[in-house]
Structure formats: structure tokens, C-alpha cells
Ligand binder design. Structure first.
Ligand code: GDP
Length: 343
């Protein structure tokens, strides 16, 4: 998972190490002697102040990274992030944050350049990846039952499979669920979700093709209330004639059933397209979070890094395969550790 991005981040660490090494003073000892003679000021005769600072730091085991050491590696990092389908504003935020940590006054003292890079990347990545995170399970536990979750996103990305996986995830934690097919637009949608419902032995609420999706989900909420079912998982159409129709439909569902959560589903492998769609769907009907499917097949990691920062809503789950238990709670800290090779 995300191996291409992992390699590129590692490349940045090597780049900075290399340029910092090249910039290290050849004779640190003599520079430091001079430093102790003239005191801790910038007025050190022939010695350039930055060389002086660097020499002093080098002799005491501290690291000083200069802006020019970072210029090329940061440029390469930006290119690497963009090649990995990281959204432009997200790549810029990461770069700013890395630059700040590595050059800023407040940077902590670490042992090696490699450690400094790792700390800077760790904080920069976590800052964008962890945007909006909340405890999904606690929210289910605390909400009044039935909890209604509506799923949006285009067809073919794994939306129906994700609904089935989430139904299993909930069952593993003691919550019953009913499936509802609010995709009344597409021929074959009922059959597609029915297959999962039958395999998992869940109730499915569906209407004829062409029916009102808000009415289907409303019926599922009624069914859940009458039968003590904890959670309603409602699919919706991924595409209609126009995006205005789609928006109107999602708005009507919002009005009629007032869902507790709207989750956007897309595939990690779609990279930048998935990020753009997340933004569009969030604009159309505010989402509360996202599920990224097919993370098992994604090398770039761009969508996983960008979606939360771009929408302000967290990625809650990753789909990691075709089986029902291939759904993982998205853990920003664990993802960053794995990208930086710590896990
Ligand atoms: P929908 O049209 O969006 O409802 O898409 P489906 O749920 O039918 O999924 C489309 C295809 O993607 C199916 O073959 C699924 O098995 C596959 N799929 C869904 N999620 C994942 C995942 O996390 N990893 C992999 N490798 N395949 C997935």
C-alpha cells in the first residue's frame, strides 16, 4: 500500500542528508576555536556567520540546516508529491510545514539530519492527513438509534461493497444494520446490493427502479425503528442526468430523513480524480467523512493524503481488498509511520 509514495519520501530524506553533508565545514574544530575567542556574536572577522553558526552547532552535535541545503530537495519533494497525485494545495502545505520545522527557531534538537527530516515530514504529513478525525465508533454508540448513514459517490468505485463491509464491521461491534437501496436510477442496482444483503443475511429495503430514493431510505428508517435495528445504511445514485438533479436528490434525502452521517466513497487508485470528486460531492451535499476503497491496489497514496485537507472532512475507513472484512479504520498516525518506514 502506497509504496511509490513511501519511496519518494525516503528519497527526500536522502537528498537532504546529502546536501547537508556537502555543506558541513571541513575543519569544524578551528572554526569553533575562533568562535570561543570572539564570543557568541556575528562579528567573527573573516568567518561567514552562517559557517560560524554551522561549525559551532556541528561541534556540539547539533544540526543546522540552511535554506540553500533545502532548496533542491524541497523542489524534488514537491515534484514527487505532485507525481503521486497529492493535490497542489496539500503539497504546498506539506512543503511549508517541512521548511518551517527544519529552519524555524522552534525546531527541536535532534541527533542527525535524517531524524530532523523524519520529524519534519512526520509532522507535516500528520497535519494534513488527520484533518477532522473523530471517533466513528463512539459516534455510533452515542447517537440515538436508529443511526442513519447515507453513502454518496460515483458508481464502480466500491460503494456497494463498502456498505456491505461496514455492515459487517458494525456487526463485529454488536450493532445490527439494515441496507437500503436509494439508487433507484440505475438498472441492476437493486440486484447488486441484494446479493450482498443475502450473503450477509441482512434485510434490504428497496423500491422499483425510478422510485423516490428519499422514500426508500425513509422506509428503511421506519423498518429499523420498528425492529430495533441500530443502523440504516443507505446507498444513493452515483450519477443522474445532471449534477443539479443529483444535488436535488441528495438535498431531498437530507430533508426527508435527516441522516446522522453522509459518507463519501471513492477509490484511492483514482488519485486526483477522487480528490476532485470528494470536493464536488462535499459542495453538493456536505459530507461528514470519506471511505477510500482499493487502497490495497494504490501505490501513489495521493488521495489518502489529500481528501481530508481538501474537504475538511476525515477519511474514516480504507477498503483494502474484496472480502467483507477488508475494511480498516483509517488511522492517520499509523499511516504516517508506515509512509516513513516506521511500521
Ligand atoms: P459500486 O458500483 O461503487 O457499488 O462498486 P462495487 O461495490 O460493486 O465494487 C466494484 C468492484 O470493486 C468490485 O469488483 C469490488 O469487489 C471491488 N472492490 C471494492 N472495494 C475494494 C477494495 O477495497 N479493494 C479491492 N481490491 N477491490 C475492491
Amino acid at each position: 500500500m502506497f509504496d511509490g509514495l513511501k519511496d519518494k519520501l525516503n528519497g527526500f530524506r536522502e537528498d537532504v542528508e546529502e546536501s547537508a553533508e556537502e555543506a558541513e565545514p571541513v575543519d569544524a574544530e578551528s572554526d569553533v576555536d575562533e568562535a570561543s575567542r570572539v564570543g557568541d556574536t556575528d562579528d567573527v572577522g573573516d568567518t561567514d556567520p552562517s559557517t560560524f553558526q554551522r561549525a559551532k552547532a556541528f561541534a556540539t552535535g547539533r544540526i543546522i540546516i540552511e535554506e540553500e541545503d533545502l532548496e533542491e530537495p524541497l523542489w524534488d519533494l514537491e515534484m514527487a508529491l505532485l507525481e503521486s497525485d497529492v493535490e497542489m494545495s496539500v503539497a504546498e502545505r506539506i512543503l511549508d510545514s517541512v521548511r518551517e520545522t527544519m529552519l524555524g527557531e522552534s525546531r527541536k534538537q535532534v541527533e542527525t539530519t535524517g531524524e530532523l527530516v523524519e520529524e519534519a515530514l512526520h509532522d507535516a504529513l500528520l497535519e494534513v492527513i488527520a484533518v477532522g478525525q473523530f471517533d466513528f465508533e463512539a459516534r455510533i454508540a452515542e447517537a440515538e438509534k436508529p443511526v442513519t448513514i447515507v453513502f454518496t459517490g460515483v458508481n464502480g468505485v466500491g460503494k456497494t461493497t463498502s456498505i456491505a463491509k461496514l455492515s459487517e464491521w458494525l456487526a463485529d461491534r454488536g450493532y445490527s444494520s439494515v441496507l437500503a437501496n436509494g439508487d433507484t436510477y440505475r438498472a441492476g442496482a437493486n440486484e447488486q446490493i441484494r446479493e450482498h444483503a443475502e450473503r450477509l443475511d441482512r434485510e434490504l429495503i428497496s423500491h422499483e427502479q425510478g422510485g423516490d430514493p428519499a422514500a426508500v431510505i425513509y422506509d428503511a428508517v421506519e423498518y429499523a425503528a420498528a425492529n430495533d435495528v441500530d443502523v440504516v445504511l443507505g446507498d444513493t445514485a452515483g450519477r443522474l442526468h445532471t449534477s443539479d438533479d443529483l444535488m436535488a436528490q441528495l438535498e431531498k434525502i437530507d430533508r426527508v430523513v435527516d441522516p446522522d452521517m453522509t459518507l463519501f466513497v471513492d477509490e484511492a487508485v483514482a488519485g486526483q480524480d477522487a480528490v476532485n470528486r470528494a470536493r464536488e460531492f462535499d459542495d453538493a451535499a456536505a459530507i461528514d467523512g470519506a471511505i477510500l476503497t482499493k487502497a490495497d491496489a494504490d501505490s501513489s497514496g495521493g488521495a489518502a493524503i489529500s481528501v481530508a485537507y481538501v474537504t475538511g472532512k476525515p477519511i474514516l475507513f480504507l477498503g483494502t481488498g474484496q472480502e467483507y472484512d477488508d475494511l480498516r479504520r483509517f488511522d492517520p498516525e499509523a499511516l504516517v509511520d508506515s509512509l516513513l518506514g516506521e511500521a
